[in-house]
Write a protein of this length. Sequence first.
Length: 98
Amino acid sequence: MIRQARVSGMPSGSLLMLVLFGLVLCSSVAVAWSAHWNRQLLNQLYGELSVRDKVQAEWGRLILEQSTWTAHSRIELLASEQLRMRVPEPGEVRMVAP
């Protein structure tokens, strides 16, 4: 009959269980780390989405302000009041050749 060699007095099944326990422990630590990393990335994503929303709101306000400043009636009013400009009479218009 052939006998199995024992390592340092441990049964061979105990060594296998110890290795499997170590692998399960490493796997559980990896899962916990992965979940923590996922939460951090999700929090960062929500922060970036908040910044994006604020920038989009500011962009809308700036577009509205630009349309107000460039309105034709406003430009005409400022030209006539501040610069004393007026629309020339037809006799005052001269055509310049290129």
